[in-house]
Design a protein around this ligand. Sequence first.
Ligand code: 4FD
Length: 244
Amino acid sequence: MRYDIVTIFPEYFESPLEVGAIKKARKRGLISINILNLRDFAYDKHKMVDDRPFGGGEGMVFKPEPLYRAIQKVKGEGSPYVVYLSPQGRVLTQKIVKELYEKKHLLLICGRYEGIDERIREHFIDDEISIGDYVVFGGEVAALVIIEAVSRLVPGVVGKRDSVEKESFSQGLLKYPQYTRPRDFMGYQVPEVLLSGDHARIEAWRRRKSLETTLKRRPDLLKKASLSPEDEKILKELGWKKYE
Ligand SMILES: NC(=O)c1ccc(NCc2ccccc2)nc1
């Protein structure tokens, strides 16, 4: 997986991409990440990357030329899928993460202020993605979310797992609760089934817990989840109204 990031704050990415699984994956060549400083593509004397909006109004807008030059440079080196991070984008889900992983090469455009000139958005952006319905200072944090979520799907990045597929959201349900030592914490015990060593019982307990948790906290996910007849039976017992 290759990522190119266009930003006016390259220093923003120094530490988050130098720790943990991402750092290891970069070292092992499983993923490559290049940061492009938008200012390097502003050839005027003042290296202007933004300017006031035509028609008036608050704030600044990213000028089209520097963005165009940065995008063209990356296009000269490969075939990137160009993603613009903004509150106006389609909201990121695990399904979209998988789509982005299939692209193998992402060019992430991090806007700030009021965003980028519409002529870039309209003619040179392949996809516009939001990490949620809220506004932050810049697209950089959204770019990090995408890099982490997509990189977890790159084989070898996530440690020995039967499969990332089994994860929460991959089956469309929330994950079951987790416990670790000590067995007794302030008088709070670990569910005895988890100490039983009976793997069939444990798996059934975990599935029931996933269904219970999802029904309680995110019933909206149940419509899209792949549910077995046994799942539906459990959900009905838990009071799920399937067609409500
Ligand atoms: N919800 C998100 O993914 C998101 C992305 C960026 C952002 N702020 C920077 C910006 C503001 C306006 C236009 C373009 C970028 N805030 C939230």
